[in-house]
Write a protein that binds this ligand. Structure first.
Ligand code: NAD
Length: 276
C-alpha cells in the first residue's frame, strides 16, 4: 500500500497530503464508499456536518478496525450553527454521528462575512481545541482579509485554510496569504469536478506518463505542496485517484498546468456568499 506523504501543521500535528472527500456522497452510500476508500488505503477523510452523511462515514470507520490514531478525520461547522452561537454543540453532534471522541481537524466551513460572527466562532474553536474535542482547528473559504481579522482577534492561528483550488482557479493571492500566516492550504474540488480533464497540458502529461487526467491533476497538487481529497463513488476511480505515487511530473509539465488559470470558479465566491 502506498505511503502518503504528510504535511506538518503549525500546531505540530501531521496530516496525510492525500485524502478522500465525501461531499455529495448520498447518506445511504457513505458507509460503502468510505469503506472502499479505507480498503484502498486512504486514511484522511474530509467531511462536514452540512454534507449530511457523518453517520455513514462513522459506521465505515468503526467497521474498518483501523486504529483511531492512524486516521485523520475532518469535519466542519456550518454557518447557521455558528451564527446561532452553537459551534460547540455542533461539534458534539458531529462527534456523536461519527462515533468519535475527537476529530483531527475542525473547520469553520464559510466565513459568511456580512457580519463577523465567524470571530466568535473562532473563540469557540480555540476552546474546543484546548478541551481536546479537536486536535487542530482551521477555516475554509477564508479570503486574506478574513484571515487578517482572525489573526488580530484570536490567540491561535488557523492550522488550515481549505479553499477551491484546481488548475482553472488557483487563488494565488489566497495561497500566498496562507503562507504568510503559516497556514497550510487544502484544495477543495481539486479536480474541478472533471472540468480540466480535456485541457491540453493535462492530456499531454497523461499520455506521456500512461496515467489518467485525474491522476495528473492529483500529482500536480501534491508536487505543488497542497493537501487534497478528491471525491468519487466509483471503486475504480477511488483506487486510481490513490495510485499516484509511481510517477512524477516534470517542472515543465507542472508549469504548463499552472498556466491553465482562468478564474474558473465552480462554487460561490466566499467574499460575496453569505448563507445564514
Ligand atoms: P472533485 O474536484 O474531487 O471532483 C469530483 C468529481 O470528479 C466526481 O464526482 C466525478 O464526477 C469526477 N471524478 C473523480 N475522480 C475521477 C476520475 N478518476 N476520473 C474521472 N472523473 C473523476 O470535487 P468535489 O467533490 O467538489 O471536491 C472534493 C472534496 O472537497 C469534497 O468531496 C469535499 O470533501 C471538499 N469540498 C469542500 C468545500 C468547502 O466549501 N469546504 C466545497 C466543495 C468541496
Amino acid at each position: 500500500m502506498a505511503t502518503v506523504p504528510t504535511i506538518t501543521l503549525n500546531d505540530g500535528a501531521t496530516i496525510p497530503q492525500l485524502g478522500f472527500g465525501v461531499w455529495q456522497v448520498p447518506a445511504d452510500e457513505a458507509e460503502t464508499v468510505v469503506a472502499e476508500a479505507l480498503k484502498v488505503g486512504y486514511r484522511h477523510i474530509d467531511n462536514a456536518a452540512v454534507y449530511g452523511n457523518e453517520e455513514g462515514v462513522g459506521r465505515a470507520i468503526a467497521a474498518s478496525g483501523i486504529p483511531r490514531e492512524e486516521l485523520f478525520i475532518t469535519t466542519k461547522v456550518w454557518v447557521s450553527d455558528f451564527k446561532a452561537g452553537n459551534t460547540k454543540q455542533a461539534l458534539r453532534t458531529s462527534l456523536e454521528k461519527l462515533g468519535l471522541d475527537y476529530v483531527d481537524l475542525y473547520l469553520i466551513h464559510w466565513p459568511s462575512p456580512a457580519d463577523e460572527a465567524y470571530l466568535d466562532a473562532w473563540k469557540a474553536m480555540e476552546e474546543m481545541q484546548a478541551e481536546g474535542l479537536t486536535r487542530s482547528i482551521g477555516v475554509s473559504n477564508f479570503l486574506p482579509e478574513h484571515l487578517e481579522r482572525v489573526a488580530e482577534a484570536g490567540t491561535v492561528i488557523p492550522a488550515i485554510n481549505q479553499v477551491e483550488i484546481h488548475p482553472a482557479l488557483q487563488q494565488r493571492d489566497c495561497q500566498e496569504a496562507n503562507e504568510r500566516h503559516g497556514i497550510a492550504t487544502q484544495a477543495w474540488s481539486p479536480l474541478a469536478q472533471g472540468a480540466v480533464f480535456e485541457d491540453e497540458p493535462v492530456v499531454a502529461a497523461a499520455e506521456a506518463h500512461g496515467v489518467s487526467p485525474a491522476q495528473v491533476v492529483i500529482r500536480w497538487h501534491l508536487q505543488r505542496g497542497r493537501i487534497l481529497f478528491p471525491k468519487s463513488v466509483t471503486p475504480e476511480r477511488i483506487a486510481s485517484n490513490f495510485d499516484v505515487f509511481g510517477f512524477e511530473l516534470s517542472e515543465t509539465e507542472l508549469a504548463a498546468i499552472d498556466g491553465l488559470e482562468r478564474d474558473g470558479r465552480t462554487g460561490p465566491n466566499p467574499g460575496e456568499f453569505n448563507p445564514s
